[in-house]
Ligand binder design. Structure first.
Ligand code: SF4
Length: 431
């Protein structure tokens, strides 16, 4: 996306936000004031960020550093200290689910095991544990360790089973490795196995995408998460595409691929469970982002608290140092007024593609009539339809929402993350 389109996206997103939550609502991420502490929380989820990768994929927007064995112990100690910090501030909370992402968590399973033990000691864990895996790390020993940790839901970052696509993405394994890894996870009695498959890659066809989906199904994936090549400007993907003479696909290619994915999933009994996700059968849903509240452990981890959103420093050394000194690692905080948390809830229900109508009044309070007016417009445009107690997005609705989220990401997430990646302790980021 060029800078003009980026600026246009920013203006549109800002106008929509001002209309929905009001012009007085400030969106400023600032360092938390010294007298702020997180409120006590009865129940929440927990996110653990493991920031190590063997190499850096050029399209990747996530916080990560190159894997080196000596980094693991300081990382682990800092993670244990951060759990203690949260336990001290929010109380002996019930943890309703744990999501372990990265980075590449399977590069540091010894560390993850220690962290999970500590979570169980400090909190009351009642929910399931999900983890991201990398095809290159999955073997019998990995599976055994995941079971020992109590992991029930696994996701594997296949991306594609085509050699040429893996080369474009800079992935360091061949299709056979990904096939073997997915088959092994599928036959290893996890409650759910999700495969990530990318679409709209340079030179990829719609048939190529559905061929990858079919292979993932044959190998036993009961959930499929599809997503397009990320376009965060701060990733090196722009430079990479120039170097390798490939181009980002245009909107019509994305639309064709998304339609082909939706049709293929419907024909093969994978029901849509989010804008990008599909699942087959009565397996628990694997999802990284749709939890209503969570605390984050690790560099760059965010936390969604009852009084706002906070973000840890992205810099691994600064995070380790803060934890070693008993300080908070939270670099930025966005307080939530009650109106905004209702719209935040609605944003993620749109991501789920299903909006429960009874939940709408509870979450949005006096803003619920405004939300219902918006939903009626969405329905009249053919982007959603009423079902029993829900408003569900149609296939075109899910696609256009995916596009809107891309704009949102560019407008807000990119601005915030760019600053946070450059400065360990940024002063303020205003929108
Ligand atoms: S895409 Fe995954 S493996 Fe590649 S750099 Fe990002 S987190 Fe690491």
């Amino acid at each position: 996306m060029n800078s003009l389109a980026h600026a246009f996206s920013h203006v549109i997103t800002r106008a929509a936000r001002r209309y929905l939550v009001g012009p007085d609502q400030r969106w400023v991420f600032e360092p938390p004031s010294p007298d702020w502490t997180p409120p006590h929380i009865e129940r929440t989820s927990l996110y653990l960020h493991v920031p190590f990768c063997r190499h850096s994929c050029p399209y990747c927007p996530y916080t990560k550093v190159r894997y080196r064995e000596p980094l693991i112990e300081p990382y682990t100690r800092a993670a244990l200290a951060e759990i203690d910090w949260w336990a001290k501030t929010i109380g002996p909370t019930e943890i309703t689910s744990i999501y372990i992402g990265g980075g590449t968590p399977t590069l540091a399973l010894g560390s993850v095991t220690r962290v999970l033990t500590h979570v169980r000691e400090r909190f009351h864990l009642t929910g399931d544990i999900c983890i991201e895996t990398n095809p290159a790390d999955v073997d019998d020993e990995t599976v055994r360790r995941l079971h020992d940790m109590g992991v029930e839901l696994v996701s594997i970052g296949v991306q594609s089973f085509q050699t040429e696509n893996l080369a474009v993405l800079g992935r360091d394994y061949n299709p056979l490795v990904a096939e073997h890894a997915l088959a092994l996870l599928s036959e290893s009695n996890f409650a759910s196995v999700n495969a990530d498959i990318m679409f709209a890659l340079p030179r990829q066809t719609a048939t190529g995408v559905t061929t990858d989906l079919a292979r993932a199904m044959q190998l036993g994936a009961n959930q499929l998460t599809t997503y397009p090549l990320f376009t965060f400007p701060y990733t090196s993907v722009g430079e990479y595409l120039r170097l390798t003479d490939v181009r980002m696909p245009n909107l019509s290619v994305r639309r064709a691929h998304y339609r082909a994915i939706s049709e293929w999933c419907a024909e093969h009994d994978y029901e849509r469970v989010s804008v990008w996700g599909f699942k087959r059968g009565a397996v628990p849903r694997y999802s990284s982002v749709t939890r209503d509240g969570y605390i984050g452990i690790g560099p760059g981890a965010g936390s969604h608290l009852p009084d706002g959103f906070v973000l840890n420093t992205f810099d691994l050394d600064s995070w380790i140092c803060a934890m070693g000194e008993g300080r908070t690692a939270i670099a930025l905080r966005l307080p939530f007024a009650s109106e905004m948390s209702g719209w935040w809830w609605l944003y993620w229900r749109f991501y789920d593609t299903r909006i429960p109508l009874d939940g709408l009044d509870v979450a949005l309070g006096h803003d619920a009539p405004k939300a219902r007016r918006w939903l009626r417009i969405v329905e009249q445009a053919g982007l959603a339809a009423h079902t029993d107690g829900y408003i569900e997005l149609t296939e075109p609705g899910a696609f256009w929402l995916h596009l809107a989220q891309n704009h949102f990401a560019l407008s807000y997430v990119n601005t915030l993350w760019t600053k946070a990646r450059r400065e360990p302790w940024p002063q303020a980021v205003a929108f």
